[in-house]
Design a protein around this ligand. Structure first.
Ligand code: UDP
Ligand code: LCN
Length: 816
């Protein structure tokens, strides 16, 4: 049964729990007595199990319970809120499916409860006053989705486009009038006021169908390579159908099929041909957004790499499509970010910058303005909220001026970009897509329920509120992996964790976002294959970097760029490269290596990460990690076996570095505690480097364990380092093994992780959802009004509480 909350409840667990408790009533009574004995609290999954097992002394009985129904229920339980005499469980039997249960510890009576009821129990643990306040703000975005079709299978999650095409098919089927919205949509397609596809002459389904038959007959008498014929205009057909008779006929036939008896395949095909998108705006306000010397600066990582590669791929695909549509239109892509006057040696103080390797794409920088004028310095992404509304207004004016009209598609990135995209898309009435890269809520445990403790530092109240607004206002959501949406068997997805949650004292989100919503789509990024190509392509190798790389890896002296040295250069290298965050776990890898003698005998370790001198960093977390690295090198006496290289900014040289590691028959290791996607994994695999990557997050999906690389468990260092050692031992005895994994990694990339595949999918989304939003415009409008109110009454006040940065002179950026 689907609850209105967007969280799915099946009867099964509430029904089966009483039986599970009966199976071992004596121990269950003891166990629940233990659960409630410590008073109100939140118990996480592992702890629930541990406490259960501790209460059962008898081994056989313990095994029986653990392996029985209750064991299954507890292993699917994410957490339990205890408010004696009740223990309430949030159970997740499958990705996207949740059920909430209340058990009375006194008599073991079981009741199914709603998500909102569960949230109230959870709140009672932390803030009883709020939990019992009848007028506490409850938000239910799902209430507007009553007529929206939702998917029902976990396996369909992330396949929004194909679900929407199927649904549109059934909507357009039946009477001739059913397809009227499609005709209206086609008439509305234009470029700078000039009609494309059809004009008002063909304003009914009947007229259009007849004209399509006439046109088909007419075109059949022409050779396939002949271009668009003016004669078609006499019947009401404008440009946009194709660049020659063959494509025009093919596009027309798809439409005829759709009008006669719609089917999803023709529907998707027809929409992929439509000239609906020429001008795209991509928002990424925070950080230093530039094309050189920015990686390694605060808040600037994979998002920037992703967007620049995305733009290049999108422009290429747009040009191809426009040509195939038979049009002579220049597409425009604008990446809109903030202009930072104190740019610390980067180009972030430049308003307009052409994007390298593109013809029509630019970075447009718009400053943050406050009452005091332009903000000169960089501000952390966590403190960015007070500037966004004004930025959205200023950016709108600049975009309209630069593009000489409205864009056709707006894409946001991360919380700040997504909020700005939502404000502008709703104001201008434009199709919107959002990309999260990483949702902060899942990175910090209990960051929702404990938001008050963290707010001064992270302003999560603003962030989660903004995320809710953009997830709900956007037409489609682009994710890199399935796990980003709905997680894995054991771990909820990033979006899934926004299905229902509570911020006590602020609001209770009964229904935030439903992962079964057809707006979710997976389009994984790739790596620029002109930069990250296999080490075997000798003729393309960037030999000019060889001396520098030789120095970088093997010179004996420490300097500003590297410390440590490699005594035995005949050993393969295990390599890692990441920002020096706790989550990236570079220190974890260093420790695993330090502890594992077998691995140390087999390989050297090279890491590219952060700085060596803690005084060069302003980031508390980074400083702690730097210190930890030094202490691990001392503790495990790693001198002679480790090379620590400072953050690198040149992707061409980095690519050659990956390839150089491949020349040593080494491997890439990505040991993160959690990784949303993991561009370095893709880069390494593109270079033909066998890769070991965390099983927590995106990489678990990129790599098929044991086939195209290996999964490692960041929470089990010994197991992980032994897995790496086993691989190198096997390679010692069998040369072929290394090549087999390297080749399978490349094959995996070519099949699933290229920018070409991505760009194609993204433009198809833009086209399909532009029509979908028209089909559902009444409902969309109603939701939009609710969102506007939420923005005005909630977000704006929260943003006002975030202090405005004072303009202090900034030190120059440390050269990386
Ligand atoms: N990167 C880099 N120099 C460094 C560390 C990372 O150029 O010192 C690049 C890396 O090649 C990749 C991106 O930054 O393109 C990091 O993206 P990823 O998805 O791995 O992690 P994020 O930093 O976005 O969390
Ligand atoms: C942010 C992250 O944390 C990474 O996992 C992604 O690869 C990157 O953005 C690009 O999407």
């Amino acid at each position: 049964m689907a609850s209105g909350s967007g969280i799915r409840r099946s009867e099964s667990i509430a029904d089966s729990m009483p039986e599970a408790l009966r199976q071992s009533r004596y121990y269950m009574k003891r166990c629940f007595t233990t659960y409630v004995s410590k008073g109100r609290r939140l118990i996480k999954r592992q702890q629930l199990r541990d406490e259960l097992e501790n209460t059962i002394e008898d081994k056989l009985e313990r095994a029986k319970v653990s392996e029985g129904l209750l064991g299954y229920i507890l292993s699917s339980t994410q957490e339990a809120a205890v408010v004696p005499p009740y223990v309430t469980f949030a159970v997740r039997p499958n990705p996207g499916f949740w059920e909430f249960i209340k058990v009375n510890a006194d008599d073991l009576a079981v009741d199914g409860i709603t998500a909102a009821e569960y949230l109230k129990f959870k709140e009672t643990v932390f803030d009883e006053k709020w939990a019992t306040d009848e007028n506490a703000l409850e938000v239910d975005f799902g209430a507007f989705d009553f007529s929206m079709p939702q998917m029902s299978l976990s396996s369909s999650i992330g396949n929004g486009v194909s679900f929407v095409s199927k649904f549109m098919t059934s909507k357009l089927r039946g009477h001739a009038e059913s397809a009227e919205p499609l005709v209206d949509y086609l008439i509305s397609l234009n470029h700078q006021g000039e009609n494309l596809m059809i004009n008002e002459t063909l304003n009914t389904v009947e007229k259009l169908q007849t004209a399509l038959i006439l046109a088909d007959e007419f075109l059949s008498s022409h050779a396939e390579h002949v271009p668009y014929q003016r004669r078609l205009a006499d019947w009401g057909f404008e440009k946009g159908w194709g660049d020659n008779v063959e494509t025009i006929k093919d596009t027309m036939r798809s439409l005829s099929e759709v009008l006669q008896a719609p089917d999803p395949l023709n529907m998707e095909k027809f929409f992929s041909r439509l000239p609906a998108i020429f001008n795209v705006v991509i928002f990424s306000p925070h950080g230093y957004f530039g094309q050189a010397d920015v990686l390694g600066l605060p808040d600037t990582g994979g998002q920037v790499v992703y967007i620049l590669d995305q733009v290049r791929a999108l422009e290429e695909e747009l040009l191809l499509r426009i040509k195939k549509q038979g049009l002579n239109i220049k597409p425009q892509i604008l990446v809109v970010t903030r202009l930072i006057p104190d740019a610390r040696g980067t180009k972030c103080n430049q308003e307009l910058e052409p994007i390298l390797d593109t013809k029509h794409s630019h970075i447009l920088r718009v400053p943050f303005r406050t009452e005091k004028g332009v903000l000169r310095q960089w501000v952390s992404r966590f403190d960015i909220y007070p500037y966004l509304e004004r930025f959205a207004q200023d950016a709108t004016a600049k975009i309209l001026e630069h593009m000489e009209g409205k864009p056709d598609l707006i894409i946001g990135n991360y919380t700040d970009g997504n909020l700005v995209a939502s404000l502008i898309a709703s104001k201008l009435g434009i199709t919107q897509g959002t990309i999260a890269h990483a949702l902060e809520k899942t990175k910090y445990e209990d960051s929702d329920i404990k938001w008050k403790e963290l707010d001064a530092k992270y302003h999560f109240s603003c962030q989660f509120t903004a995320d809710m607004i953009s997830m709900n206002s956007t037409d489609f959501i682009i994710t890199s992996t399935y796990q980003e949406i709905a997680g894995s068997k054991d771990r909820p997805g990033q979006y899934e964790s926004h299905a229902a949650f509570t911020l006590p004292g602020l609001c209770r989100i009964d229904s935030g976002i439903n992962v079964f919503d057809p707006k979710f789509n997976i389009a994984a990024p790739g790596a620029d294959q002109s930069v990250y190509f296999p080490f075997t392509q000798k003729q393309k190798r960037l030999t000019t970097f060889y001396p520098a790389i030789e120095e970088l890896l093997y010179s004996k002296e420490d300097n500003d760029e590297h410390i440590g040295f490699l005594e035995d250069r005949t050993k393969p290298i295990i390599f890692s490269m990441a920002r020096l965050d706790i989550v990236k776990n570079i220190t974890g890898l260093t420790e695993w290596y330090g502890k594992n003698k077998r691995l140390r005998n087999l390989v050297n370790l090279v890491v590219v990460a952060g700085f060596f001198d803690p005084s060069k960093s302003k980031d508390r977390e980074e400083i702690a990690e730097i210190k930890k690295m030094h202490s691990l090198i001392d503790k495990y006496q790693l001198q002679g076996q480790i090379r620590w290289i400072a953050a690198q900014t040149d992707r061409f040289r980095n690519a050659e570095l990956y390839r150089h590691i491949a020349d040593t028959k080494g491997a890439f290791v990505q040991p993160a505690l959690y990784e949303a996607f993991g561009l370095t994994v893709i880069e390494a695999m593109n270079c033909g480097l066998p890769t070991f990557a965390t099983n927590q997050g995106g990489p678990a999906e990129i790599i098929v364990d044991g086939v195209s690389g290996f999964h490692i468990d960041p929470n089990n260092g010994d197991e992980s380092s032994n897995k790496i050692a086993d691989f190198f031992e096997k390679c010692k005895n069998n040369d072929e093994h290394w090549t087999k994994i390297s080749t399978a990694g490349l094959q995996r990339i070519y099949e699933c992780y290229t920018w070409k595949i991505y760009a194609n999918k993204l433009l198809n989304m833009g086209s399909i959802y532009s029509f979908w939003r028209q089909l559902n415009k009444d409902q969309k409008q109603a939701k939009q009004r609710y969102l506007q109110m939420f923005y005005n009454l909630q977000f704006r006040n929260l943003a006002k509480n975030v202090p405005i940065a004072s303009d202090e002179p900034q030190p120059p950026a440390s050269k990386l």
